[in-house]
Design a protein around this ligand. Structure first.
Ligand code: SAM
Length: 286
């Protein structure tokens, strides 16, 4: 069964008595090369447990199941579960869980299905909740080998933007704390049904096995980034003074400690700069 074929998708959904649910960000892939490419490139470890978020009718799930040792797919839409039972029936290494990923205990899933294997995440993410899901995965503390996700192309550009570029933002600096991000390829809007308004892209985050940065206070590090980008048009000095509640002189010294001028804007600072800056504030604010 070609799960990317439009008539197959429509007839599976008609038989199950369901239609596309916009509120769940349902745009299903209709170009079979894409799930193959994503599955081929989402991790280098074939012996992995892959956690998939939002399997839809299972087109990517099937490609993952034929390449990797185990797949657990988490789907929020109960109406899709009978379809997945059918489309994935030939695979004995797939488990589908009907749940909201944001309310799912991923550690428990890994405990149950991981059996000591490397764990990666692979997903064509629902666009309405891309950043919260990414942050949920990264902040879970789970040592994923990689997280490979399809997101809107403009989000992908933000995730891989170098410091100083207009796309660089809080999410870029935070993700740089957890791992290395690459854009794998762009996917045209015409590769989905219903067709979204914009193109997508697949990005892969390879998480650092050992932390590359160890801020003295992770909370202060993240708050500093947040403050720097909340008031983008202000200088870093003014943005941090307004939001962090430290004396301006101290913030000025902290910026100088990163080797930058105080009139700089937040988007010029790398992840390492934000670690240095927040460490200075941490050490000198007592
Ligand atoms: N993987 C399929 C594909 O590539 O054709 C479907 C991708 S579609 C963009 C996103 C999928 O995520 C939908 O099946 C949707 O129901 C599901 N979804 C949306 N929000 C979710 C959530 N919070 N937890 C789990 N699944 C979710």
């Amino acid at each position: 069964m070609d799960l990317c074929n439009l008539s197959v998708i429509r007839s599976l959904m008609a038989d199950a008595g369901i239609s596309f649910r916009k509120e769940y960000g349902q745009n299903f892939l209709t170009n079979r090369i894409i799930p193959e490419d994503i599955a081929d490139n989402c991790t280098d470890e074939r012996d992995s447990l892959i956690i998939e978020i939002g399997p839809g009718i299972g087109c990517l799930t099937a490609e993952l199941a034929s390449r990797y040792k185990r797949v657990v797919a988490i789907e929020i839409d109960r109406g899709l579960i009978p379809i997945l039972d059918k489309t994935l029936a030939e695979f004995d290494n797939v488990t589908v869980i009907n749940a909201d990923v944001m309310k799912t205990d991923l550690n428990a899933i890994i405990q149950e299905y991981g059996d000591g294997m490397p764990v990666s995440v692979c997903a064509n993410l629902p666009y309405y909740i891309t950043t919260p899901i990414l942050m949920y995965l990264l902040e879970s503390g789970i040592k994923f080998s990689s997280i490979t996700v399809m997101v809107q192309n403009e989000v992908a550009s933000r995730l891989v933007a170098p410091p100083g570029s207009s796309d660089y933002g809080a999410i870029t600096a935070v993700i740089g704390y957890y791992g290395e991000v690459r854009k794998l390829f762009r996917v045209s809007a015409g590769s989905f049904v219903p067709m979204p308004k914009v193109d997508s892209a697949v990005v892969r985050i390879d998480l650092y096995r050992e932390p590359r940065y160890i801020p003295k206070s992770e909370r202060l590090f993240k708050n500093t980034i947040k403050a720097a980008f909340e008031m983008r048009r202000k200088t870093l000095l003014n943005a941090l003074s307004a939001k962090l509640g430290y004396p301006k002189e101290l913030i000025s010294e902290a910026i100088a400690a990163t080797g930058h001028h105080e009139n700089i804007r937040g988007e010029r600072l790398s992840t390492a700069d934000f670690v240095r800056l927040s460490d200075y504030l941490y050490d000198n604010s007592k």
